[in-house]
Write a new protein. Sequence first.
Lengths: 317, 470
Amino acid sequence: MLSRTAENLYWIARYMERAEKTARLLEVGARIALMPGGVDGYRNEWDALLRASGTAEGFAEKYGDAVQRNIESFLFFDTDNPSSIAACVGKARENGRVVRTALTTQVWDALNTAFQELKALQRTPRSEVPLSHMVDWTLRHCAQVRGAIEATQLRNDNWDFLHLGYFLERGDNTARLLDVKYFVLLPRIDFVGSGLDNYQWATLLRALSAHRAFHWAYGGDVTAHKIAHFLILNPQCPRSLRTCAQGMSDHLDRLARGYQRSTPVQSHARTLLGELAEMTVEDVFEEGLHEFLTRYIGEVGRIGQLVGEVYLSGDVR
Amino acid sequence: MPVHFNEMYDGGYVRPPYARLGDWTESMPAELRHLKQAEAEALFRRIGITFAVYGEGGDPDRLIPFDMFPRVFTQAEWRRMDRGIKQRARALNAFLADVYDRAEIVKAGRIPAHLVWRNEAYEPAVAGIRPPRGVYSHIVGIDIVRTGPEDFYVLEDNCRTPSGVSYMLENREIMMRLFPGLFRENRIEPVDGYPEALRRTLASVAPQKCDGEPEIVILTPGPLNSAYYEHSFLADLMGVELVEGQDLFVEGEHVWARTTRGPRRVDVIYRRVDDAFIDPLCFRPESMLGVAGLMDVYRSGGVTIASAPGAGVADDKAVYVFVPEMIRFYLGEEPILQNVPTWQCGKRDELKYVLDHLPELVVKEVHGSGGYGMLVGPASTAEQIARFRERLVSDPGNYIAQPTLSLSTCPTFVEDGVAPRHVDLRPYCLVGERIELVPGGLTRVALTEGSLVVNSSQGGGVKDTWVLAE
């Protein structure tokens, strides 16, 4: 496969995953807006979410105060915001257009339909596009693209590069979201009594589509320990750091087998996975949650960089 | 008003190839027609067939309007065109092989030397190189217009990288989806063998140094190019990689593609990038679209470039005048398809005639294409003609003029029913070990009433083109 093709496939997945994350942030924000509570609390939450998507500064520069309508515009429609849903869907589709030949008709159709519908949404008066619709719309199209990939793409190297993109982006997103809210998980808050904490935690779980799954997996009281375990170390949680590391490692192994060449990026991913598999929540808190997450984000970034050097540059012999 | 030949109605009678289409349109109520039209548009959008127009800005995802009323040829009509097109493609390639070799045709005085040597498209860098099988132009697009039941004229030749073949293929796919009944009632020759024929043609011109199955790629300028859809469409149907200049590099005696497994040798490049951009070391140094050193590999027989650099010298509008001479000179045959009578403005007496008759002529730039920079006399205002006259007088050698042909019309769906609109035809002739032509082509239609400009860049549309089986 052309290195450039691999790169385009990888970015299709990253952008779609990023769009999905942004949609979930919007959903969380919408719930916050429905909660009773001070204006300040609401504003702080939005600020945290903007920081989680890495766009707080861009927003402040363009819009100033965090007014809900502006935030919606910024996160959904604004193509000046590289993480907005419109920007991500547009870029995913553009990457898809470049590598049409590497995608099945269904995958292209899913990408292209999302893009065409988005253009129609952009022409629709804002008053006719409620927030819930924006969120549902995005989650539906992300699911369609992913579903088309699962159902129709050949299990060849195309498939591996798509999934590398998904897992890299997802691991990075989970770690960043956790990092923004890490203070609510610090062990000194052992028991969650107050309404505020309860809902802060729920917010975090919702932002990762893990609210109900969490209760299924653990039951009983909600504790910082359990939440950290679920989102970092539990291999059942589809967005946990462990699951994402497993996914990266699996697909890098498949590529190495297919190309009959082991690579430094493969061993790097294996090391990361090995560490997460052996770790306990106590280890994480001992290292310091924030420090641990920072290190994880760095590791994922390094894997992304190595994937680029090994497979996407076309220079490795 | 001149009388235009209507391909469906001949003095109140329906001509035989269109016999079944009369009932078809009459039995289709307006609502159904609008529904089908919307369905067709949705299909084109979903497949992603779009066409960006240079110089217009705006939507890079514009659709070329698709007209559902097919254009139909009988088997006998097609047989004649088929012979004429192949004859012409053979002669054009013979001419190219000659002018880059001993230039016998120039020595024999059958074509003026300056039209060859001083032609911008003449490429000294390839003189003396004989490409595999002596083929320069592997895909020849020959634009044909019709003015009467038996009168077919060649409007121009395209020897470099004629585009539009994806529309020929997709128009058919969409018609078969929308109106399967029509294909049961009419026996229509299929066109879907084109991608395989193209692949076969390219494989048959693999370079000397290629051993084994040749690795073919399509070289595209990239997704911003107006024909990018077509490039990726053809790559997909042929099962070959679609590459950009940045994906290729030269090392040793070969061209290589950067792949996830490391470098992979490339033998045949079907390039959709202009000559000037394919190798910054040989042509335009600032080009980012090409491959540095490509021409060195080409010269030493390490790679085939299709169409060959320099092929454009044969499709120049000033050289066009001499194609019938080429057919006589190289093949010893009489041309089966006629040229449109053409005045060369570079000649003093012919220029005088042209200047005296501007309001009734079509004047074109010698190197222009896509309907840009041309004057359609009868459709222009006095002011437009006056402005064009100044340009013409300042550089007459850059222009040719032709009579305004009364192009045939084909029924076309318009706002309130069906009306005749002018059409032309571009078939795609493949030249390799064999010369092949799929039965069909791209019919372009001028959607504005009375307009003679069919170019998609000027608001023309397209139709499915049928050749009926015997």
